[in-house]
Design a protein around this ligand. Structure first.
Ligand SMILES: [Zn+2]
Length: 46
């Protein structure tokens, strides 16, 4: 899976944080990336 914020490849089992948006689960390399995503998901979801 790809971290939508920084573009890094993240293994779901090792993801530092996850977030659900519009029925999809997104995986993040760090809590910071998740916070950015949660603040403005439309910016990162295509
Ligand atoms: Zn990231």
């Amino acid at each position: 899976m790809k971290d939508p914020v920084c573009g890094m490849t993240v293994e779901p089992a090792k993801a530092a944080a996850t977030s659900e948006y519009q029925g999809q689960t997104y995986y993040f390399c760090s809590a910071g990336c998740k916070a950015k995503f949660d603040a403005n998901p439309t910016q990162y979801v295509k």
